[in-house]
Design a protein around this ligand. Sequence first.
Ligand code: SF4
Length: 451
Amino acid sequence: MPSKKKIVLLNPPAWGAIVHRDGYCSSSSKLRYTWHPLDLLLQSGYLQKHHLVVIDAVAEKLSQKKVIQTLRAFEPQVILALVASITVEQDISFLKRISELIPCQIFVSGDFPLFSPARTFDRMPFLQGILTDFTSDALLTYLDQGQKSSQLWLREEPGTEIPRPGPFLSYPLPAHFAFSWQHYSMPFYKQPFASVLFSYGCPFNCFFCNTHLLGYKIRDSGHIIEELCFLKEKGIRNLYIRDATLNGNINKLKTILQAVIASGLKFKWNAFVTPLPCDQELVSLMKDAGCFLVQIGIETGCEEDRVRLGKKITNDAITQTIDMFQTQGIMVSGHFMIGSPFETVAHISETKKFSAQLDLDFISLNITSARPGTVWNQKTNHIQTADSSGNYQISSLSSLDLPTLKKWKRKILVSFYLGKRNVIKTVNRIRTKQDLMQLADNSISFLRSLI
Ligand code: SF4
């Protein structure tokens, strides 16, 4: 057994905002909610045999000074840090400072390093390596045995091709409780909740998205049930299933859901899905397994643009899928985007119309960004590029400028959330004092996001 190392899993401080740097998809929080940084969570399962400390400076609202004090006191030999495209300049300068103050090996994970490895090594001469699959044991085997693999690009042997994973996702039980539970919250349910993963990557090919570039692998139901049993024993009742697309393989998903139902474990959970593939059997299984909310990527109200974005799904099919979920009592949040290069004002109006026409429970609207790894990103020279939430966007991909897109965003959100139908629905959802407090909190954040 190799000697134990002191290892820190670090989500660096942001600029006072809540940013998400995990899952190779960086964004800022719209309603000030935050979840467990997935890359670090999954790596904690492998690395907990060492002396492990988790510092999530975003969730815990820690300053750079405080983080450095903690690091100095612990004297880590290894740091695995998140670096994201929306905070890349700040992340690089903070890690540089750490490298000057604390002698240790530094590794990173995130969308910027994965999709721009040459620039990452160039800008970070102190960097040892880049983790290219945060579900893998590559960092552990390198630290314990010096074993090299394509899931960990080292400075001396930098890779360029993102490794395609095999069909099976497997990871050990994460050190869930090394993360401070009280700091993570979601607008939909009461704390605490756990983040779990059923699948990694995505089998589809949406043009604007980089998740499919990771390949796709799915977890065995036995492993999932093991993790759920552990979480249940610890008193967790709410789950955020963190798959980019839960229904990437509906037959396998049905098998997993049947196993969850058969286990008798009762959780309340939400997940992202794509409108198709979906059928009645899947929706019933999801309901019986505890799903209360799905977040559906609709993207646009214009069918022609949706095809251009790589989603060949009609408005009728989307309407049917939403109807199936709502008939089963599962709430639906529709996710839209505006500002794609080919989108016209008329098409944005179609999105506004379609989002109002669908009987959605919530909507989320992003301004299209050049996500790292996508063709749109390759055309830009900016190093800081994407914020899929649109709050800290620095450029527009569309012929419409950013202020115009923001005006449209406000218009669509206000017309949905302050529309009579939504106000009635929202009031009807209030059952307890806590629901009321949560609504007040979300409303304040929503109004702030409009400014
Ligand atoms: S279905 Fe979702 S996760 Fe998959 S490629 Fe499309 S947008 Fe990305």
